[in-house]
Design a protein around this ligand. Structure first.
Ligand code: FES
Length: 123
């Protein structure tokens, strides 16, 4: 499968469960877009910061997890998403999922990850 590199990020500050970091990239149509990386259960996950319900940013002041710290929550209508898969677990966009990105280690740079989009285009 072909992957397109969106950006490279420094993940050295993502050490605790629930730590998140936002990043910017350019979408396939040359428009600015936003993503985020979250550490959850000792793994890093990356998603586009876009709710599949109304197409708005998920976070409020870069806060992505709900009060339980177990699910990503959309600030607009409270939909929740599994941090490990991006699948909607509750709310209006149930049955859909967040657009997930691949994080790939950079050789000899342990704190860097390339953010990759798997083949195909998702808007
Ligand atoms: S915009 Fe996210 S749940 Fe409605």
């Amino acid at each position: 499968m072909i992957h397109k590199q969106l950006t490279t990020i420094d993940v050295s500050t993502l050490n605790t469960n629930g730590d998140t970091m936002c990043f910017h990239y350019t979408d396939p149509f040359g428009q600015p877009a936003h993503g985020f990386v979250i550490r959850f259960e000792d793994q890093l996950y990356a998603y586009r910061n876009l709710c599949p319900h109304w197409g708005v940013a998920l976070d409020h002041d870069e806060q992505f997890l709900d009060d339980t710290g177990q699910e990503i929550m959309c600030q607009m209508h409270g939909a929740t998403f599994d941090p490990t898969t991006g699948a909607c677990t509750f709310g209006p966009p149930e049955g859909s999922r967040l657009e997930a990105f691949v994080l790939q280690e950079v050789p000899d740079e342990p704190h860097l990850r390339m953010v990759l989009r798997a083949g195909g285009i998702t808007l």
